[in-house]
Write a protein that binds this ligand. Sequence first.
Ligand code: COS
Length: 384
Amino acid sequence: MSALAELYTIPREHLDFRDAIARIASERIAPRAAEIDEKGEYPHDLRRLLAEHDVLGLPFDIEYGGTGTGTLMLNIAIEEIAKACASTALILMIQELGTLPIKLFGSEALKARLLPRCATGEWTPAFALSEPDAGSDPGGMRTRARRDGDEWVIDGTKNWITNLGIADFYVVFAVTDAEAGHSRGITAFVVEADRPGFSVGKLERKLGIRGSPTGQPIFDGVRVPSENIVGEVGQGFGVAMAALDRSRLGAAAQALGIAQGATDYAAAYARERRQFGQPINSFQGIQFKLADMETQTAAARELLYQACAKVDRGDPDVGKYSAMAKLFCSDVAMKVTVEAVQVLGGYGYVKEYPVERMMRDAKITQIYEGTNEIQRLVIARTLR
Ligand code: COS
């Protein structure tokens, strides 16, 4: 066994599941991708499709109705879906991000109430941390929650929230003790979408991932019972950070899938496209581009799979590795998709071909789940 194989091995049944997802992605998801992007519509049909094939059960343990197959398998699935459609991959990614706080810190009652319905795909969550004036610095949030008897009353507006208007519940982070500072003064709450005082605010018009609604959920005196607190009162900042340590792998996997999808498309195009009497992949200028795209994508995959294996093993340096994987995979996705457009030339720039969409979708992976500048900060802190 090679040294690398000892660090992570992919079991046969996971490879079979990957192949099944790859087939669904190429036969059922890829043909819808351009239309989803063009219309900016959430693909309810593809969510049902993923649910029918147990794909939405991937983030969950068997006792909560999931597949219990771990982090590496989950991210392999995200990668395969993102090769075809980054917006659809986000359906699976948010299923993980929005439930990680509950999975990692939630009471048994919260887990039993929420996780099985997410594992079947009946329900979908949202993770509501960022605000108009608190992005890279979530500790500066203004959303407040005050105790009133056995209930908490939440007031505030969040921003950049994936699944806005689609989510059945929101995990909302709010200041519960302004004096205590963000380490001790923020608490996480589950807010069901049908609670009075919750409303869907502005929806963004975006460069990419246009099939996934993003925007401002508004909480105006929303009352939730104490049972809806995730973890302990005052522990919310740590809850958010620990969830992001895991979910950044999903953004990395999405980026990796976009990069591989673009590389595969550009390579196939270069085989067919003829200029000066020969296929353009006979020119070194094109060959070198494709070679670099494939190499960078393969390197990104090794770092991501290694980081996933660390989560599955429970290694202590998961935060550092997930930040490195997110940083590297997203930068590769951006570089590779720009090159894919270049390989296709004028055809790369128009909507009849998928690579301009892939380039637009890649950009967000350098920004969300923590900008790449924040990832560098997280990594640098481990080197001091
Ligand atoms: N896991 C658990 N706890 C963590 C943690 C982690 N990965 N990172 C920090 N914490 C804890 C710290 O231990 C600290 O607790 P103590 O005071 O008890 O020691 C507390 O959280 C505050 O940490 P810190 O002082 O490092 O927080 P900062 O305000 O300096 O913020 C960064 C740190 C910048 C890394 C953080 O704000 C961040 O990740 N920002 C990006 C947010 C993001 O990803 N947004 C995307 C939203 S979802 S699309």
